[in-house]
Design a protein. Structure first.
Length: 126
């Protein structure tokens, strides 16, 4: 089992970021077909990303307004990543299409991950 401190570092969120980028920028012919709506995949991947970002921001947001700082930091990073990937898909990746609905679902996933993280934090799990 990994030490707890590794989860509060940036390593898991950076690794998950790389998974998102690689999966998002592969040509559509290389992406396996799954019987689940791609919107659910976007939601889950970005929820996990925001959860891991939430953990990694622990040491950077210890001031009184850390709640606002933490949520803002996670939402800004996650939204910039999601929007950038969709713009790259739209303009550069053959067979892939950037969609505004994906940006919306990514953002909902970010919020969902933050709510779960806050809930676990309030229960003393985090």
């Amino acid at each position: 089992m990994l030490k707890r401190s590794i989860w509060y570092s940036s390593v898991p969120s950076v690794l998950w970021f790389l998974i998102i980028v690689i999966g998002s920028l592969l040509p559509s012919s290389k992406v396996p077909s799954i019987d689940v709506s791609d919107k659910w995949i976007h939601f889950v991947f970005y929820a996990i990303f925001s959860f891991l970002l939430f953990l990694s921001t622990h040491t950077y947001t210890k001031s009184l307004n850390s709640h606002v700082k933490r949520w803002s930091l996670v939402l800004i990073i996650g939204t910039v990543v999601g929007l950038s990937i969709e713009l790259i898909q739209y303009s550069l990746i053959s067979g892939r299409h950037g969609e505004w609905m994906d940006v919306l679902v990514n953002t909902l996933g970010l919020l969902g991950g933050l709510f779960v993280a806050e809930l676990l934090k309030s229960k003393g799990v985090l």
